[in-house]
Each structure stands twice: as structure tokens, then as C-alpha cells.
Design a protein around this ligand. Sequence first.
Ligand code: C2O
Ligand code: CU
Length: 479
Amino acid sequence: MRYVEHVVVPRSCLAVLSFAVATACRSSSSLPRSVGERALAEFVGSYPEDATPTGVMRTFDLTAAPAELPLIDGKKLQVWAYNGQVPGPTLRVRLGETIRVRFTNRLPQETTIHWHGVRLPNAMDGVPYLTQPPVPPGGTFTYEFTPKDASTFWFHPHVRASEQVERGLYGVLVVEDAKPPPYSRELVWVLDDWLLDASGQIATPFNTRHDLAMDGRWGTAITINGLTETVMKVQPGERIRLRLLNSANGRVFTPDFGDLDAKIIAVDGLYLRAPIPARGFELAPGNRLDIDLSFDRSTSAPFEIWDRYFAQRPNKLASIEVEGELAQTPTFASPASAHVPLWSDAVDAPIAHDFHLDAQQGGPFGIAWTIDGIAMDSSHRHAMPPSVTFERGRFAHVHFTNESPRIHPIHTHGMFFRLLARNGVRVDEPFFRDTVIVHPREQIDIGVVPTDAGTWMMHCHILEHAEAGMMTTIAVTEP
Ligand code: C2O
Ligand code: CU
């Protein structure tokens, strides 16, 4: 009866998701009756229904264009870049500020910008044909929205993403807390991998049969912010906030911080219920981790950060050198103290939809990746009915069955969810996500309370799988 304490407090009925709990509270003078109603009541206070704009507008100009940049080991690489940088510029605002991005397309192809993880109005979501016309070469589009969450988000094209992201089009959007915790420093690390040809340039073609049959395109040169051999220099005593993003098309990283005092404080940008050790987290394409890194005042040892996704074949990601003067250590409680529902029996709620992930022969690439037996036209030129309809502000329980022998990091636009179970065994991840890996032949359950009406993409974030059809839409309607 653990949910009782979350349900009977009157605060629940007054709190942010007033429209949602109204139903839960109305249904009974004391306890909501159904599992879904209880799950919804317990959800209240997790994150706000609406943004609270401060009236401050931050305007950014962003141009996508071909560029030649010293990347990887410093040799000239022909890429596609936002504002001539790979990764693109980190856009940084405070919670409550409105973002306006005046975008210009100087690529030889159509494109759009999708704001991965952001709960925003559907029309700003950057999905071609579904939410906006694609931006033609030479064209412009203005994105404007006020984020509801302080978070580590990112942005990337949603047109031919397996090519455009691979060529270098991605950047981080940081929405700082209204009062950011006083870390000594903050770093943004974008992880990527690059597949090069014999001349050292980005290998073509894209969407090869091999990439499609496997877990997408995996490169051999692993970079942080576009460069290999990353060395981070820190002073003893520093406490650093590290924002990590996996922008690779297919590669999964499992960062291991070894002996460092490293804790995960946010997953996909949202704070955890309590911090957890920074090891063993499978950072799939699209996922973000915020790490709280403390350097002991007496330490001078060098540290290394390794990717241990394949235990037998680890990759060194970076080394850390501790040197210089003793820095003053900021002391403050971990910001990871969010309300994240336990949802201990939410998996018993009726299933809104059971998604089946699989592959078929055929289609434009020879292999089609399917959701419920259907490969979506990834250009979205042909509209398809949504797979499932959710009501805004209501709890929904969704099940996934991966019938295939490959992994599928499933991503939902416009909403966060919580993993409830893997292969029928309940898990209590102390955080929400917007992307989760469904392993080969695995089944998972998730719980979600959508807060924004519209038609939202759901797709595999292995960009080759998405391109070859593993996409669908979820409709969220007003209750
Ligand atoms: Cu980063 Cu449609 O996703
Ligand atoms: Cu996939």
C-alpha cells in the first residue's frame, strides 16, 4: 500500500497536473480506484504540465552548411555543420526563457531541426510533413518554444538523419535550472564515432546493407566533441558537472568512470530521485547523462574513462589529469532529488498498445525494419494513422516485444516515460527517459503520462533502422 502516502495528501489534488488529477481525485473521496488512476496520482509533481515563461527571449541564428574542419585526429574532414562547428554550438538558456532559433538551410538537401527530448508544441517538433514542411536548400524556418524542463537536450535533423547526423549535424541545448547548482565548472561532451574511407573522409554510401542488417552504422574513430585523445585537465578539489550525449548513429557507449567519484544525477536531462554510481549505464544513441564529478583535494592520480559496452573490447574515451592549485570545493546537496514515481504496480494497468519490433526483406534498402509489421516511409511523405492514441494527462502503459536479434533504442518525441519491467521482471529505475534500449528478443513495459497534445514520432534511434522503416506515430488527444 505504498502508494497511499502519495495519494491521500491533499497536495496531490492541487498540484501542477491539476487537469489530470482532477479525474483521479474526483473518482473517489479518498483513494483513486484503478491502477492507472493511482499511477497518475503518484506521478503528480514529477515535472510541470506547462512552462512558466519569464518573458526573456533568447534568439539564436543557426545555419546548416557543408564545411571543412580539423576533426578526429586534427586532419581536414569534410562535414556538414551547424554554424561551421561539429558539434554545433551549445545553445544555453535558463529555465523559463523562450528560445527562438532562426534557421537557414545551406545544405544541398532538405532538412529540419528536431529538438530531442523537449516537451514543446507539436508544430515546433521538426518532423517533415508531419509537423512542418521540410526546409528546402536556401530556405529558412523559425523555431520558437519555452522549455518546461531544465535539462540536457540536443538537436539534429529529422530528414535523412542517417546521413545528415552522420555528416556532423547535431548540437546540445542546455536549459539551466532557474538557480543552477554552483559547480566549479560545467563541461559538455558529445560522443560520436566516425566511419572513414581510405582517404580519411566520411565513408559513403550511407544505409548499407551491412549497417541495416546490424545495429546501424558503427564507426572506428571514437571522438568527444569531434576529437580523439581527449585529455581533461582538472584542479584538485573541483566539482564538475559533465553533460554527456551519445550522438552516434548506432553505437552504444557504457561509460565507466573507474575510481573517480562520479555519480549520475540526470538521465535524458531529468534529475534522478537520488544519485547513482556512474557505471553500467547503456548510453544508447540519443541518450544523455549528467554526471557529478568530484576530485578529492588530495588526489593527483590520473584517471581514465572507458567505454565498456563490450566488456572484452573496451574503448578508452578520455583521460583526466589532476594538476595545479587546490580549488575550493563547492558544497551543496546533489540536485538529484526529484520526485520520480515508484509505480510499483503500474505494470498491472491495462496495456494501451503492444508494439512488435521486427524486420522483413524488401523495401527501398532490401531490409525493412518494422513496427507491428509496418515499415514507415521515413520521409513521412505518406501519412499513416497513429499506432495508438493516448489522452493528455492520463497514465498509459505500453508494452514492447522485440522479435528481432538486434537492439532497438526506442525514442518517443514530446514525452518522457519510465521503464517498468524487462522481460516481465519489474525494474525501478529512479528516473524518466526519452530513449530506452529494447535488447534482442526482449520485452519491456513502460509507463507514460503525456503532457502535450499532438502527433508525436516514436522510432528506433539507430538512424539506419529508422530510415529503413522503424518509425511510427503516437497521437495524444485532449481528454
Ligand atoms: Cu533524436 Cu526523432 O529523434
Ligand atoms: Cu532499431
